[in-house]
Design a protein around this ligand. Structure first.
Ligand code: NDP
Length: 263
């Protein structure tokens, strides 16, 4: 199926590893030029070179912390200077947390609000007018199944991802008259290098191997009995970013191996 994406420009936050990298690669494979951002400059530029070489598209790596408003400005200006605008925005950069509500200080709540919500607000606000000028566009926000079905150890993650879903819904209504489709992706368990690192740490010196640890988590939570690969999430995301998903507006899509227990 031709997704009709060739020649488009996409901005992918957190594009240097995990789901963001898989989506950047998936888009590049469809002929999309990509701007990717992350904080670790060396890893980002290495990945940018690799995508450029493999897929022959233009790749713009921009070092930016999306939780910082000034860095969002830097990213937007770099995209404007290189491509004149963008057609696709994948708000993906984010991370889990671990705390109790009674124990976490205001600063931690504020940080995750900036990272998971304000980054998407600021980038959408800056890029939407440029998309409209190009005839429309797509914004896809990467939240989590935890936005609906919380994990007990990370209330701040759950709350800020739930806020991202509602932001997405409101933005969809505001932007569809301008030809911009906004949707949310809610992945379940996705086997990224970060999950593997955590599993290695938690099983150090224990009888259970790190692979067994991950398998136990999958068995406990996902009826499919395994983690997704980042590419399985990316295939879905790339489709949603394409004109083939032209009637998908303001929705939240779970890609979770059956983990969600209620709708
Ligand atoms: P990874 O930790 O594998 O990758 C995160 C990416 O985001 C990296 O490129 C990282 O680069 C970048 N990043 C992190 N913080 C910032 C920041 N402040 N500013 C800019 N870039 C940043 O994460 P995943 O691929 O696992 O997760 C991606 C998204 O998917 C997250 O929002 C996560 O909540 C969500 N998700 C993940 C699931 C999973 O099981 N893996 C399940 C459900 C949702 P650098 O560190 O260099 O900045």
């Amino acid at each position: 199926m031709d997704l009709g994406l060739s020649g488009k420009v996409a901005v992918v936050t957190g594009g240097s590893v995990g789901i963001g990298l898989a989506v950047a690669r998936g888009l590049a494979a469809e002929g999309v030029h990509v701007a990717i951002c992350a904080r670790d400059h060396a890893r980002l530029t290495g990945v940018a070179d690799a995508i450029r070489q493999e897929f022959g598209v233009r790749v713009l790596p921009v070092q930016a912390d999306v939780a910082v408003a000034g860095d969002i400005d830097t990213l937007v200006e770099a995209v404007r200077a290189e491509f004149g605008g963008a057609d696709i925005l994948f708000n993906n950069a984010g991370t889990g947390s671990e705390e109790t509500i009674l124990g976490a200080p205001d600063e931690k709540w504020q940080h995750y609000w900036e990272l998971h919500v304000m980054a998407a607000v600021r980038l959408s606000r800056a890029l939407a007018p440029l998309m409209t000028a190009r005839g429309g566009g797509v914004i896809l926000n990467n939240a989590s199944i935890c936005a609906t079905q919380p994990l007990g150890y990370e209330p701040i993650y759950n709350v800020t991802k739930a806020a991202l879903v509602m932001f997405s819904k409101c933005l969809a209504t505001e932007l569809i008259p301008h030809g911009i489709r906004v949707n949310t992706l809610n992945p379940g368990l996705v086997r990224t290098p970060d999950w593997e690192k955590t599993a290695r740490l938690l099983t150090e010196g224990k009888a259970q191997t790190w692979e067994e640890y991950l398998q136990a988590i999958a068995d406990e939570n996902a009826p499919i009995g395994r983690f997704a690969t980042p590419e399985e999430i990316a295939d879905f995301a790339v489709f949603l970013c394409s004109p083939r998903a032209s009637y998908a507006v303001g929705s939240t899509y779970y890609v979770d191996g059956g983990w969600l227990r209620v709708t």
